[in-house]
Design a protein around this ligand. Structure first.
Ligand code: FES
Length: 143
């Protein structure tokens, strides 16, 4: 009797142990940033931005900028768009764009970055990550 109960409990416990990692894995989501719900990231061509969307109306003007996920998108000329990480490398504040000085200041502690991502002023010591941007009509593809 005791032996039979032991084996039954062992079987139930063992199957729970085997399925638990699958359950946790299925609930963990995609931590690589490949969330397809809102990013329009098809993992083959990068993140797409529809310039007709009101979310990106600032990009209709040269010098305008907008955010998409963790990226700041800057319209630097009529035909050129830049994309960089919007996360300051000093302490993770969100950077902005100054169209007059054509640089990327951080409002938190005064760091300033060039549109190449390079640090102009600290305290940030590392550059912003730069992404490539392809323009196809009213769609930007950032990768
Ligand atoms: S977080 Fe940007 S300068 Fe400190």
């Amino acid at each position: 009797m005791e032996r039979r109960k032991f084996f039954r409990n062992f079987a139930v416990g063992g199957s729970l142990l085997l399925t638990a990692p699958m359950l946790f894995n299925s609930c963990s989501g995609d931590e690589s940033g490949g969330d397809n719900n809102n990013n329009n990231n098809n993992n083959t061509g990068g993140i797409t931005v529809d310039l007709n969307s009101s979310d990106y109306s600032a990009l209709k003007t040269v010098g305008g900028f907008a955010y998409k996920d963790d990226i700041i998108i800057i319209r630097s000329t009529d035909t050129v768009y830049l994309a960089l990480s919007k996360v300051c490398t000093h302490s993770n504040c969100t950077v902005t764009y100054n169209s007059t000085t054509k640089d990327i200041p951080c409002p938190c502690h005064g760091s300033k970055f060039a549109t190449t991502g390079a640090v102009i002023n600290g305290p940030a010591a590392s550059p912003l990550k730069v992404y490539s941007v392809k323009v196809n009509g009213n769609t930007l593809t950032i990768s």
